[in-house]
Structures are given as C-alpha cells and as structure tokens.
Design a protein around this ligand. Structure first.
Ligand code: ATP
Ligand code: MG
Length: 557
C-alpha cells in the first residue's frame, strides 16, 4: 500500500481477528502469506482492486508476503494482453508482489502428478459420458445423482486412459477425469466433479504442450497449497466449494491453507462481471477497457483516480460477510478528498463567452497572482495574465436572472477571481438573438489583494483571451441509469445515453501548456480534471473530468 495510506488497525475486521488468533496459536509458525489470483480473461475492475487492497494490506500489516498469481487454466478465454494489463494495474495500485508473479500453468505437471496419485488411490476415474448425460446423471438439489457406468474402471485402466488423454489421443469432450467422491452428496459440487477436460487449444504460456486442462475447482486449492499460502481469501460464492478443496487436499495429504470468504464488492450504477465488461468493449458501447466510464482499474486511472483514493475507498467499504451494493458516491468522495488536498488549481472556461473590458487599455497585459492550492500553502502562487479581453463561463451571466443569482447580470458587478471587479454595461447579440459578447468596465481600484474594501456577492473564474489555450473537455456521468443494472436480464437497455459529453471549445490558462498525461488539476469551480493520454497530443489538449467538486448527483435527489 502506498506509504501515505495509514496502516489499518489490526483486528479491524473479522479476517484480521482470524489472523491474530492464528498468530497467537502459532498455527502457521508466524507466517502470513496471501495472494491475488486473477484469471487473465479481462481487465481488472474495482472489485478486484478491493481484493488486492485486502490481500496486500494484510501481507503488509503482518510483515507477510503477497503473491500475484495468474489462474491461467482456461486457454480459450485467456490472453497475454490481459496478463500485461493485470501486472500493470497491480503495480499501479502499489501492491508489492516482489518477484512473485506466478502462473498456475507452471504447476500443470505437478497437478498432473497429483491427479495420477488420486487415480492410484482409487479416488479419480476417466469417464466417457458426454456432457449432457453427465449433467443428467448429476441429479438435482432434491434428487441424488446416478453413478456413471465408467465409475468402476480399474486403477490400471484409468492410468492408461488418463495418459492417453494427455497424449492427445482423444478429441475434445470425448473423455474427462473425475474425482470419485459421492454421487448423492447434498453438496452438488461433491458429485464426482470434473478435474480435467480435453481442450485442444493453444495456451498463451504453455503453447501446445497440453491438451488437457485442469478445472478451476481442481486447480485452485492446489495452487494455494503449492505456494504455501496461509490465508486463502476469496469471495462468498466459494464457500460451497470449500468442502471440495478440502477433500482434494486431504486425499493428497498435502499442505492445506485456510480459506476465508468475504462479500464481493458491488458498486451502484455499474456492472462488474468481466463477461459484461467485455460485452461493453466488444459492442463498442465504451471506448475500450480503459474508457473513463468503465469500473476497471485502467478506466479509473485514465479518469484521474489515484491509487491512494482507491485504497481509501477500500478501507471505507470495509470487509463484510454479506453481499451489499456500495454507493458509487463513496468512491467519488474518496477521490475528491485526495484531489482537494493535492491537485493544482487552474482556471478554465468550458463554455466560453467573450468579455471586452472597454476601459482597460488596449495592448496592455498585467500579471496577477493566483493560488496554486489553498489546501497546501507551500505550493505557492503562480502568475496569470490579465488584459482587455477575457472569457467567462456562459452560465455566469444571465440577462434575466432569477432572485438570488449572484453572478454577472446587466448593470451588475462581479469579481473576476484574482483580478478586478467588473460591471456589465452592454450585451452584444448576433442576428438570431444569441449573446455573443459582453461589454464591461472594470474598477482599477479593486485589484485582488489591494487596499480596496469594495465587496460584491459573486466571484467567477475566467481566462485571458490573448494567451488562453484551446482544449477539449470530456464530462462523464454514470454509465447506467439504474442503481443495479447487473441484476437485470436486459441490462444493456439501461445504458445512460448521456454518460459522455464532449465539449470542444473550452479555454484554459497557459499554465496547462506543458502538462503530461494523467496530470491532475482542479479547474476552479468546475471539478477535477486530468489530461487524457489517449486523445491528447502536442496540438490537442484533452481533459477528462474525474469528478465534480460536489456530489451533484445526491444533491439533485
Ligand atoms: P468476475 O466475476 O468479475 O469475472 P472473477 O471472480 O471471475 O470476477 P477472478 O479473476 O477469478 O475474477 O478474480 C480474482 C480475484 O478477485 C478472486 O480472488 C476474486 O475473489 C476476487 N474478486 C473478483 N471480483 C470481486 C469483487 N467484486 N469484489 C471483491 N473481490 C473480487
Ligand atoms: Mg473467478
């Protein structure tokens, strides 16, 4: 975890209590070793981030170890691109796996040996039933299953067939290796689960070396055992798998980690399953896995989130035993807190209207001082320029204002931040009646920081027309219109058509000339923004709005 995140207090959740107890009883000889075991079949999302923070946080708090292990047992859905993105994301979050990037595929030979051991013990057999018949034979929750006619093959025959499976003598689906447990177990997962299936597919790491691949249930517990994991932390849906993992490890009589389940993170107004996220990408509903509206780690990074904010969010959510929907505004709160403390302030106008200050000398430019970050006085001040023509936000002027409107109105006064008080003298319109320019005068006595005590109710931001830069800004809203789209069959019907608004004619202060991708700023009064790495280049500044300054969504409700 980044150093500026305070270490959570021990025993702050039930997992810490378990570990504290284990340390007291010396269950693992004082060791704490956790892991994050993603399947490389998609980019990581914020739920994975939660799991990384939890697992790495524990390793760090207890001076233990943390492995990054790819659960790469299914060659048909996995890709190198995903492996690379996952490594990048875990590193970015600051979870330190040292030199331990591990792969389940490195254990294939070992797993094969374990399977042979089970066959020799009469605890596994090769089955010829086709998929459909096997499903029928499994029975239902209320009815026991039926034993396969191949269940009682001899050890010798099983060993022979299993080797031939490995050697590629059979087609996909022709045979499987199954554990011989109990076809009438009330836990359906114990009804002779499949351990190996034949898949003639090339694997991103082992190439064509294998044509039988272990199932998740067979492989997962072995991986943790091989690595000497002490606390194998996973989400609640694996609670029912635990007896099966236990069974495998007990039969093999090998090292046995402790599995602990916790509730997965669900976030409102988004979907979190990798399958659905892939669909959003493939259907081009979003602009790739790192689209700033995606709940992926890469999406949040591109949007301007920091690792610290994700860590803090993860702490705020805590660790629960029951599933719940976490309000996305909690995540927004976490990033606002961080950026409020750390983001450089600048002025930008995203919907500009020109203001000509008629009593300001033509050709004159003066320098004013602007505060870089009021939360961090040590970050100092910068110089900004002021001259006869400036841009202000269209919204900051109203010809017929409602009561209580404190910004610029005809004949009214407002302060330009860090500059002067101006007064609106004249409105210039085009032929269709649109306001295209305001003519104002300024009061030279009211320079910011000067002796004048004159006060006005409103202060607005602006940029100097002469040296302002053009920019595009991208404003984001929630990707879905309902709180829990993942629960809907037709979840794609709830995409928010207004989740991205692109504004092309924004004006920003020249300070932003030399920004780098992902540099973060507060555009005064408008929110926090960062430079987009995909669309920005030397000639085009493109900013993503990370988050508004206030929780406008909840305020609206
Ligand atoms: P998805 O359901 O999104 O496809 P998954 O569980 O299939 O996710 P894995 O790559 O297997 O994806 O997940 C790696 C680890 O991340 C697992 O240990 C899993 O428990 C954890 N994890 C996945 N989703 C969440 C979540 N929403 N909240 C907390 N942990 C999660
Ligand atoms: Mg999974």
């Amino acid at each position: 975890m980044p150093d500026n995140i305070s270490s959570p207090k021990k025993s702050k959740n039930f997992i810490y209590e378990i570990i504290d107890e284990d340390l007291k009883t010396n269950k693992w000889s004082g060791r704490v070793h956790t892991r994050f075991p993603p399947e490389p079949n998609g980019y990581l999302h914020i739920g994975h981030a939660k799991s990384i923070c939890l697992n790495y946080g524990i390793a760090k708090d207890y001076n233990g170890k943390f492995n990054l292990r790819f659960d790469d047992t299914n060659p048909t859905k996995e890709e190198k691109e995903y492996v690379d993105s996952i490594i990048e994301d875990v590193k970015w979050l600051g979870a330190d796996f040292e030199d331990r990037v591990l792969y389940a595929s490195d254990y294939f030979e070992q797993m094969y040996d374990y399977a042979v051991q089970l066959i020799k013990k009469g605890k596994a057999y090769v089955d010829d039933l086709d998929n459909e018949t096997m499903r029928e034979y499994r029975g239902t929750v209320t009815q026991p299953g039926k034993e396969s006619p191949f269940r009682n093959r001899t050890v010798e025959e099983n060993l022979y067939l299993f080797e031939r499976m490995r050697n590629g003598e059979f087609n996909d689906g022709e045979k499987v290796l199954r554990a011989k447990i109990d076809m009438s177990s009330p836990n359906m997962l114990l009804r002779d689960p499949v351990m190996y299936r034949i898949i003639h597919a090339s694997h991103h790491r082992t190439g064509n070396e294998w044509c039988i691949y272990p199932t998740y249930d067979w492989a997962h517990g072995l991986e943790d055992s091989i690595e000497g994991i002490t606390h194998s932390i996973c989400t609640l849906e694996f609670e029912v798998h635990r007896p099966l993992y236990d069974w495998f490890l007990d039969q093999l009589e090998i090292y046995h980690p402790q599995q602990i389940e916790f509730a997965r993170l669900n976030l409102s107004y988004t979907v979190m399953s990798k399958r659905k996220l892939l669909e959003l990408v493939e259907k081009r509903i979003v602009d790739g896995w790192d689209d700033p509206r995606m709940p992926t780690i890469s999406g949040f990074r591109r949007r301007g989130y920091t690792p610290e904010s994700i860590w803090n969010f993860s702490e705020l959510v805590g660790v629960a035993k029951r599933d719940a929907l976490t309000d996305i505004s909690l995540l927004e709160y976490a990033i606002r807190e961080d950026l409020n403390k750390n983001a450089q302030r600048v002025m930008a106008v995203i919907n500009p209207i020109k203001v000509v200050i008629t009593n300001y000398p033509e050709g004159q430019t003066e320098f004013l001082e602007a505060v870089n970050n009021p939360e961090k006085p040590e970050s100092g001040k910068r110089q900004i320029t002021f001259s006869r023509e400036v841009f202000i936000e269209k919204d900051d002027f109203m010809e017929n204002p409602p009561k209580g409107y404190h910004r610029l109105v005809p004949g009214g006064e407002v302060r330009l931040k860090y500059a002067y008080i101006i007064k609106c003298e004249e409105i210039i319109k085009d032929n269709s009646g649109n306001i295209i320019e305001l003519r104002c005068t300024y009061d030279p006595e009211t320079r910011s920081g000067g002796p004048s005590t004159k006060k006005v109710k409103g202060t607005i931001h602006w940029v100097n027309s002469k040296d302002s830069l053009d920019a595009q800004v991208r404003l984001y809203d929630r990707l879905f219109t309902i709180e829990n789209p993942g629960a809907e069959e037709n979840w794609l019907d709830y995409i928010n058509p207004y989740s991205l608004k692109i504004i092309n004619n924004a004006k920003v202060e020249p300070f932003l000339k030399s920004v780098k991708p992902l540099d973060k700023f507060q555009f005064e009064r408008l929110g926090y923004f960062c430079l987009d790495y995909k669309y920005s280049n030397e000639n085009n500044l493109v900013f993503n709005r990370t988050v508004t300054l206030k929780d406008s969504w909840n305020a609206k409700k």
